[in-house]
Design a protein around this ligand. Structure first.
Ligand code: SAM
Length: 360
């Protein structure tokens, strides 16, 4: 814990600054949804009339958004002294990676969709906080659903196999054997299952998700991939999957903390693993215990927890109500209740995620 709270005046300044940051996120949401960043990247510098014409939006709004983007330091201006209608704006080199390239590891624009999607449920959140009920993943809708999928996509595509699964030597060997099988629990937009099938050409992958629109999204993403013949997405509550103990790898990425009954799901995961198989959970890299006051990662995950993950988890009762900040000790209690002999934290570095290998 720290020495104590900062003076009230400092809090005022901090919250004003945070509001400006929140407005940047709203502007990123607009720019991504309307295609402004993509058009500026693909077609080059534009004034407000040109941008509005290319995106099919209203010039007056385009002008204000462009001015805001330049003022906040995201877009550059060719000639600041030009008149408001003539002034042309530039997406700086490299910024397309952050704002308009869904395959780039720098792509964080989906945060706009995620946070606006959460804020749109403000009144429902207030109601849930009073009643003890929840706001479901379905209610957060496509903004959160697609933002989640798009935010994790670059990591799954570029690194999941090459930097993580392949570092677990016995698992890597098992997944290279013809006929190897993988079950992904809580597969969301499907990018992890697709990446595993791409990284391991002998593997067949089953993705299971309880959310129908997520399964549809995953199937659409799969359709456009090169591995459609080796991956299947199933709309199922993972706790009820009883496909037999046939999987070499059973994995769950960033979803156990969302589940009302994680023990039931972990029990099902244990039953799906073949003897000698591997069960991996990737979840948030939060501290071992409460008290990391001011820590950026901890603040980020508590922010997601109060606005999305805890309300999602509490939206189906009975629920253990985990929230995003699932500490290792919490997961340990779940895995032991599910019949595992504990877990090992794998020595795999990531700023946001910790990788647990569950002992069968
Ligand atoms: C935060 S998203 C993570 C999605 C994906 N793994 C990723 O990293 O992008 C959590 C996912 O878990 C799914 N989920 C929650 N409870 C589930 C359950 N009981 N069975 C299967 N899927 C579940 C949700 O529908 C959602 O798609």
């Amino acid at each position: 814990m720290t020495d104590g709270p900062a003076p009230a005046e400092e809090l005022v300044g901090r919250l004003l600054e945070a509001s400006v940051g929140a407005m940047d996120i709203v502007a990123v949401y607009l720019g991504e949804q309307l295609g402004d960043y993509r058009v500026l990247h693909e077609s080059g510098p534009a004034n407000s009339t040109e941008l509005a014409g290319r995106t099919g939006t209203a010039e007056r709004y385009a002008r204000e958004w462009l001015e805001q983007q330049a003022t906040t330091g995201i877009l550059a201006v060719e000639d600041v002294s030009a008149g408001a209608l003539e002034r042309r704006y530039v997406l700086p080199t490299g910024y397309d990676e952050v704002l308009a390239n869904p395959r780039s590891e720098l792509f964080v624009a989906p945060l706009g969709r995620f946070l606006v999607g959460a804020a749109a449920q403000g009144p429902a959140l207030v109601e849930a906080y009073c009643s003890g009920g929840g706001v479901s993943w379905a209610q957060f809708g496509d903004l959160a659903r697609t933002a989640q999928a798009d935010f994790n996509r670059p990591f799954f595509e570029h690194s999941l196999v090459s930097g993580y699964l392949s570092q677990i030597a016995d698992l890597d060997a098992a997944l290279r054997v013809p006929g190897a099988r993988v079950a992904e629990i809580g597969s969301g937009g499907g990018w992890a299952s697709i990446a595993i099938a791409q990284g391991y050409p002998s593997c067949r992958v089953d993705g299971y998700d309880i959310d129908g629109p997520s399964v549809e999204l995953a199937r659409a993403n799969l359709e456009a991939s090169s591995v459609a013949d080796r991956v299947r997405f199933h709309e199922r509550d993972a706790a009820t999957v009883d496909a037999g103990a046939g999987y070499d790898l059973v994995c769950a990425f960033e979803c156990i903390h969302d589940m009302p009954d994680p023990v039931a799901v972990l029990r099902a995961m244990r039953a799906l693993a073949k003897p000698g198989g591997t069960v991996v959970v990737m979840d948030e890299r939060v501290g071992e215990s409460f008290g990391n006051v001011g820590d950026l990662i901890e603040r980020l995950f508590y922010g997601f927890s109060i606005s999305v993950c805890l309300p999602d988890g509490l939206s189906h009762q009975p629920s253990v109500g985990t929230g995003t900040v699932m500490r290792p000790s919490t997961l340990q209690a779940y895995v032991e209740a599910a019949g595992f002999a504990g877990f090992e934290v794998l020595p795999l570095e990531h700023d946001l995620f910790r990788f647990y290998r569950l002992r069968l």
